[in-house]
Design a binder for this molecule. Structure first.
Ligand SMILES: [Zn+2]
Length: 483
């Protein structure tokens, strides 16, 4: 059987204050072209580069999060080639002495297994300028020229589109968690290239490179497409051509792309303007202390500590601000629990209200920025404990939640102000139910004939009539008594 063998090359723009070799601002959001430029990043002859310490710290952080060896000695080289986006005529990169070597990342696959994908290297280099094609002209914007760029190269350990996509997704989380990069693929802060070959034996087939992948979907779809295309060629008895192809998102195909890098001799040699990097073990250790909890550690902790299901855990892994909020609410709830109450139930209720109800409210608010500024964790915890104690129904909880979001008020005040308290007086409840029963005689008859659906219908009518101020339990009790 033909098996795909896949390797990834991923370029990542580091999030730093200034560029890689000069003090120009590194601002990916800058709209004015050629604003952040100087003789160094414009490639003027004789301009001398200096190394950005912050960028080096970011790549070391990335290397440690990805289980790499951090090299005490590394070096910058010149990679010579001509292209309009590269005014110096060479790119400063790292060739035979990269900073990070031999790492790995474990990814969780849909079938429940874990796949370890080895990382060959991560090295530091500089980004090129941006070319903008307008009609028959091409414009150059040098704001991106010499922005710190990390290049990560995996071993060819990947055997499916799913594995490649999951690797890229997990990598993006790690980069974002540690503030190493914005890692936004649509904005080009993280750019993937795929190498793919098909073979029936251990010997690798002809390698095809696919570029221009601007989303996880594109990574996945281009591999599926290439696997099929190469399989058809091999099954016809023909040979796959070694080439670089580009992914065309609109047509969902890869096409031959003449590459600027084909058949180039780069003539790498050490950059005489930059001293080699000597990083001590102590410096490496100091940077390591800044690593935050990684997504996989958080997955494990959320399962163990809160007993959440996989789907909820995955939601929080991808929504860090809401995950932090959830943890703050839980610690507030712990204070309420010291007065009694079930830990497991309220943790799950709290999580469900955040994932479904709160999330829906946030989605409908275009001006949303920070949840803590809308509802304090204390107030959210109080709402959950009111629900848990039976003081309010889930319908009322939803109404109060929306009101809390709008007014920043606390739940007990809203409950009182809006007159949303449960009706506790039995005779008042009976009056409501008597009215519902006399308006729904058919359902009452059906229930008497044994239709349980009709009973649930009547309970629903009572809930609606009382606007949630009678609990379903109480409604069931009184309906049974009155029929
Ligand atoms: Zn500059």
């Amino acid at each position: 059987m033909l098996k795909p063998t896949i390797g990834l090359e991923i370029h990542i723009e580091a999030k730093t204050n200034s560029k890689m070799f000069c003090s120009c601002r590194n601002d990916p959001e800058e709209k004015e072209p050629n604003k952040n430029t100087c003789p160094i990043c414009l490639g003027h002859p004789g301009a001398l580069p200096t190394i950005n310490k912050e960028a080096i710290e970011k790549i070391i952080l990335a290397g440690m999060a990805l289980n790499c060896e951090i090299k005490n000695y590394s070096r910058f080289d010149k990679k010579s080639y001509f292209y309009p986006d590269l005014p110096k005529g060479y790119q400063i990169t790292q060739f035979d002495f990269p900073i990070c070597k031999n790492g790995h990342l474990d990814v969780h696959l849909d079938d429940g297994t874990v796949k370890r994908i080895r990382i060959n290297r991560i090295h530091m280099e500089e980004d090129t300028a941006r070319l903008i094609h307008e009609g028959s002209s091409t414009l150059v914007d040098f704001n991106r020229s010499s922005v710190p760029l990390m290049e990560l190269v995996t071993e060819a350990d990947i055997n499916s589109a799913e594995e490649a996509k999951k690797f890229a997704q997990e990598l993006q989380l790690i980069l974002k968690y540690n503030d190493i990069s914005g890692a936004n693929m649509e904005k080009g802060q993280m750019r993937c290239e795929v190498n793919i070959s098909l073979s029936e034996t251990e010997e690798l087939g002809t390698k095809v490179e696919v570029k221009n992948l601007n989303s996880f979907k594109a990574v996945e779809k281009s591999i599926e497409y290439e696997t099929k295309r190469q399989k058809e060629i091999i099954e016809k008895g023909e040979k796959v051509k070694q080439e670089t192809r580009g992914w065309h998102d609109d047509r969902q195909v890869t096409m031959d792309q003449r590459s600027k890098e084909d058949a180039f001799e780069y003539r790498y040699f050490p950059d005489p303007d930059l001293p080699p990097l000597n990083i001590s073990d102590e410096e490496i250790l100091n940077i390591k202390r800044r690593l935050v909890e990684l997504p996989d550690q958080k997955r494990k902790r959320f399962k163990e500590e809160y007993g959440l299901d996989d789907k909820s855990v995955e939601f929080y892994i991808n929504e860090s601000p809401l995950a932090n909020y959830f943890e703050k609410v839980i610690s507030e709830l712990d204070k309420w629990r010291s007065h009694g109450g079930s830990k497991n139930n309220s943790t799950k209720a709290c999580s469900n209200y955040i994932i479904t109800d709160l999330q829906a409210i946030i989605k409908n608010d275009p001006g949303f920025e920070k949840i803590e500024e809308k509802i304090t964790p204390e107030n959210f915890a109080e709402l959950i404990s009111m629900l848990e104690s039976g003081e309010i129904s889930s319908n009322i909880a939803k109404i109060i939640l929306l009101e809390m979001y709008k007014t920043k008020g606390d739940p007990s005040h809203i409950l009182e102000e809006k007159g949303l308290s449960q009706i506790t007086d039995d005779s008042e409840i009976e009056n409501v139910i008597k009215e519902v029963l006399s308006n729904n005689t058919k359902a009452v008859e059906d229930y008497k004939k044994g239709k349980t659906n009709s009973f649930m219908f009547l309970v629903g009518q009572v809930m609606a009539k009382s606007k949630g101020k009678i609990t379903p339990q109480k409604a069931e009790e009184i309906i049974k008594k009155l029929i």
